[in-house]
Structure formats: structure tokens, C-alpha cells
Design a protein around this ligand. Structure first.
Ligand code: ADP
Ligand code: GLC
Length: 490
């Protein structure tokens, strides 16, 4: 089984969030399971520099704007996975964030940039493919940036009706990002005008790239079961709830996993001292190191809550701003690493000024520091308004940094709340609240503090959390089963 995995970001070359982690770890797990997976990435500078043994595969034959000098190259990711890159200097040769320019705004030609990536993917099914010896059985597309892959395959048979039509899967990592553009782009992006319809790419009077993917793909997945239900509701469907509900037989929630090769306190090279569930002394060292790094009082008995997040409204971090003062008054500490909306960044900066020694804040993106926070914290806060899966709470489990989360999406599916029954039973792995209010967050912090003050209970919870297996083996099997269902091999 051959699978082309088309994604706009992939760790460690380019990462803005969890999609990058998934794009690295899921192919690796599928390869382990015997699937021949190759990646297709945009040729950002970091990708062209990061791939080893690059060589040219061929020109990209298209009349899409910006692709005049485009060519497809292939090389190896640092972990050895083969990756194609679309080398289109006019589209991707830009420094920094893959989606936004230096002013923090989306690049004005994002529609063209990601249409070209999708066209390049569809090209693997063309009658004269790039590589006649490697034709994918499945093209697995991720998020709105690749939503046009199934649309091109289905609506442009003149270009892409080769003898082998691959099955298509679209995975929704976050329905809040739709790839919504003006309808006037249809011609420029070489989509036939007939597909501008509710039964096609039309989305609220424009062109919807995620909508297109959900309409034309053979299968749709998203990254947790709860989110698969949520996106069929008016509240969280972002206008696609009708389409998704109509396609419910083709829609599946598959929970993400954790790459324990990278996220394991036993072997993590970023952290002060390694530890494991049965040898926890190292975690205390990590806490002290973190307190020093964030200018916090060096107190072993102060519960240290950490945040590692994009600082956006969706992530519910305004609630943390509201309760941080009371948390400090309860004896708690807070260490925050994140970057995002200017208002939330400013709010955290002020907090650090107002509560010296109790709140420490680092505005920025720092992979190594994120590991140190996972290792040194007692509690990881993930109060998201919506969270398709969420990875940081799963990393928190492995590091014995107990997640305190809002009950939504993957947060609901991965954490067992410390209710009295779950504590008694030894099943609890974290703390959950339901309504997105500062009051409920504060109440839940008080609940966590009550358990923290009972070291026997806290240690038992940590042990349970750290020994849960949320690796990629099971999800990889689920994807494999899904692929089999849409290929001749199945
Ligand atoms: P999302 O993809 O919505 O941002 P996830 O929880 O799925 O949320 O994934 C976030 C990923 O990005 C995790 O790997 C997390 O450690 C990482 N991350 C988020 N913010 C930062 C930051 N400021 N510095 C380093 N890593 C970060
Ligand atoms: C998105 C979601 C996040 C999920 C990640 C990986 O960024 O916001 O919840 O964990 O994709 O699937």
C-alpha cells in the first residue's frame, strides 16, 4: 500500500502547531506497520534546506499562477522518510511563518500557494505521472491547505484521470481554519465553473478549500471522536455541519497519538534530569530548574501550573489571565510559553510584572523550553473553547504533569476527571471543567490543589497518567483500515 501524505507543515522542518507533530509521527508509525508512505510538502526554505540527498523529479506542469519555474524534488526527512517538495520560489521562498507575512497577516496569495500544492499532489494520478514506479493508492490530505486535492482529482478528469485513481482522505485538524477565498479565483485556480455550487466548492458565497476537501474526498477523518460529533453541530460545524452530517458514514474520528521517541521523560535530552514513573526524583530537579528559568520562587511545595500554547481566543487563555491572581494567592505558581494574539501576549506580560516570583512568562516559540515546561510543571492548563485533539495534554500525561482541561474535543477523550469515584478507583488522570468561565476554571484549580495537598493521591494519579499508552500504534492501524476500505487492496 502506497500513501502520499500531503501536508503544509512537518516537524522538525516546519511547525506552527500539532499538525506538524502528527505529520511526522503518523507516517513513521504507518511505515512501521508496513505502509509505503511519502510526504509532499511546500518547498519553504526550511524544507529545501532540511531535506537531505535532494534530487529533481520533474517539472510541475500547470498553468496555475506562480508555478512557472516550479519543479518537484525529492529528498529525505531527518528521520529518513522520503519527502517530495514543491520547489516553487515565487510561492514559497519566503522566510518565517508558513502562512503569514512579517506583518502577521496571511499572505495575500495563500489561495494560489496551496492550490499549487494540491495540484502537485493530484499530479501523482495524472496519465503521465512524475514517477511511474511510485503511484500512490491513497492520497491523504491535511487541513484546508490541501482541500483542493480531491477537488482537482474529481473535477479535472482531463488532467488527472490516469489509469490508477487513488483513494482520497481528508483529515480535519481544525475546522476553524477554512481556507475561505473569493469566488473570482475559481478560473485562476483552474477549477471548472460547474463546481461552484453547494454540491461542490462553494462555501458561503466564496470558495471554501476545506469545504471542497470534505465534499470531494472519499473519506473524511478528524482527530478525536468527540470532535467528529462536535463538527456536526451548529455550534462547532462552522457551516459544514450539514455536509458532515450527510456524510457521516464516511466520517471518522481517530484520536492522535504521541511520539514517545520525542516525548518521554526517561530519554528526553532537553530536560534537566530524566525520570520515569518509578523514579520521580528527577522531576523535582526539573521543577527547580524551571522555577529558576522563569524567575519563580524556588519552592518545591508550590503547585506549578504551566501553559504551552498558541495564545489565541480558541485556546481559552483569557480565562487563565482572569484567575492567575487568585491562583497566586492560593500559593500557586504559573509559567507560560506561547505566542499569538497581541492582546493575550500583553495580558501575560502584565501578569508577570504584577506577580513577580509567582508568574513567569516567555513570549515566543521554543521547542526545547516546551519540553522543560512539560517536565518541570505539576499541572498543565488547556482550557480550550474548542480543541480538535490537543497534544500538549497528552504530553503532560507522559511527563506526570497532570492536565487540567476543558471538556471538549480530544481533551474530553484523553483525560479522566478526578471525581471522587475516579480518585477512589485509581482511574483519574487529570481535571476537567465544562463551562468556559473563569469561575469554573478557578473551582477546578481548587479541586486540583486539594489533591496536590494529598501527596499519596497526587502520586497515584501521576503514576496512572504516566503509564497510559497513547502511542501511535493503534491510530496507525485505524488509518490503515480506512485506507484499505478505499483501495482495491481492501
Ligand atoms: P495546536 O495544534 O492547536 O496549536 P496542539 O496541542 O495539537 O495544538 O499542538 C501544539 C504543539 O505546538 C505542541 O507540540 C506544543 O508543544 C507546541 N507549541 C505550542 N506553542 C509553543 C511554543 N510557544 N513553543 C514551543 N512549542 C509550542
Ligand atoms: C490542530 C488542532 C489540535 C490538534 C492538532 C493535530 O492544530 O487545533 O487540537 O491536536 O491539529 O491534529
Amino acid at each position: 500500500m502506497r500513501v502520499l501524505f500531503v501536508t503544509p507543515e512537518c516537524f522538525p522542518l516546519v511547525k506552527t502547531g500539532g499538525l506538524a507533530d502528527v505529520s511526522a509521527a503518523l507516517p513513521a508509525a504507518l511505515i512501521q506497520a508496513g505502509v509505503d508512505v511519502r510526504l509532499l510538502l511546500p518547498g519553504y526554505p526550511a524544507v529545501l534546506e532540511g531535506l537531505s540527498n535532494i534530487h529533481e523529479v520533474g517539472d510541475l506542469i500547470t498553468d496555475l499562477p506562480g508555478t512557472e519555474r516550479a519543479r518537484l524534488v525529492v529528498g529525505r526527512m531527518p528521520d529518513g522518510t522520503l519527502a517530495y517538495a514543491l520547489d516553487a520560489p515565487a510561492l514559497y521562498l519566503r522566510p518565517g511563518n508558513p502562512y503569514t507575512g512579517p506583518n502577521g497577516k496571511d499572505w495575500p496569495d495563500n489561495a494560489q500557494r496551496f492550490a499549487a500544492l494540491s495540484w502537485a499532489a493530484a499530479g501523482f494520478a495524472a496519465p503521465e505521472p512524475y514517477d511511474p514506479w511510485w503511484r500512490p493508492d491513497v492520497i491523504h490530505a491535511h487541513d484546508w491547505q490541501t482541500g483542493l486535492v480531491p477537488a482537482y482529482l474529481k473535477t479535472r478528469p482531463d488532467r488527472f484521470a490516469g489509469p490508477y485513481r487513488p483513494g482520497t482522505v481528508v483529515t480535519i485538524h481544525n475546522i476553524a481554519y477554512q481556507g475561505h477565498f473569493g469566488a473570482h479565483l475559481l478560473g485562476e485556480l483552474k477549477l471548472p465553473s460547474s463546481c461552484y455550487s453547494v454540491d461542490g466548492v462553494e462555501y458561503y458565497g466564496g470558495l471554501g478549500m476545506l469545504k471542497a476537501g470534505c465534499y470531494y474526498a472519499d473519506r473524511i477523518t478528524t482527530v478525536s471522536q468527540t470532535y467528529a460529533h462536535e463538527i456536526q453541530t451548529d455550534d462547532q460545524g462552522m457551516g459544514l455541519q450539514g455536509l458532515l452530517a450527510a456524510r457521516v458514514d464516511d466520517l471518522r474520528g481517530i484520536l492522535n497519538g504521541v511520539d514517545y521517541g520525542i516525548w518521554d521523560p526517561r530519554t528526553d535530552t532537553h530536560i534537566a534530569t530524566n525520570y520515569d514513573p518509578d523514579h520521580m526524583a528527577g522531576k523535582a530537579d526539573c521543577k527547580t530548574e524551571l522555577q529558576l528559568a522563569f524567575g519563580l520562587e524556588r519552592r518545591a511545595d508550590a503547585p506549578l501550573a504551566v501553559v504551552i500554547s498558541r495564545l489565541t481566543w480558541h485556546k481559552g487563555l483569557d480565562l487563565v489571565l482572569e484567575v492567575a491572581g487568585q491562583w497566586a494567592a492560593m500559593g500557586g505558581q504559573l509559567a507560560v510559553l506561547g505566542t499569538g494574539e497581541p492582546g493575550i501576549e500583553a495580558g501575560f506580560r502584565h501578569l508577570a510584572d504584577w506577580f513577580p516570583g509567582k508568574v513567569g512568562v516567555r513570549i515566543g516559540y521554543d521547542e526545547g523550553l516546551s519540553h522543560r515546561l512539560q517536565a518541570g510543571g505539576d499541572i498543565i492548563l488547556v482550557p480550550s473553547r474548542s480543541e480538535p485533539c490537543g497534544l500538549t495534554q497528552m504530553y503532560g500525561l507522559k511527563y506526570g504533569t497532570l492536565p487540567l482541561v476543558r471538556r471538549t474535543g480530544g481533551l474530553a477523550d484523553t483525560i479522566i476527571d478526578a471525581t471522587p469515584a475516579a480518585l477512589y478507583d485509581g482511574a483519574a488522570t487529570g481535571f476537567k471543567f465544562v463551562n468556559c468561565t473563569a469561575q469554573e476554571l478557578l473551582f477546578t484549580l481548587r479541586r486540583a490543589l486539594a489533591v496536590y495537598r494529598r501527596p499519596d493521591q497526587w502520586d497515584a494519579m501521576r503514576h496512572r497518567a504516566m503509564t497510559r499508552d497513547l502511542g501511535w500504534d493503534r491510530p496507525a492501524q485505524e488509518y490503515l483500515e480506512l485506507y484499505r476500505g478505499i483501495t482495491a487492496e481492501g
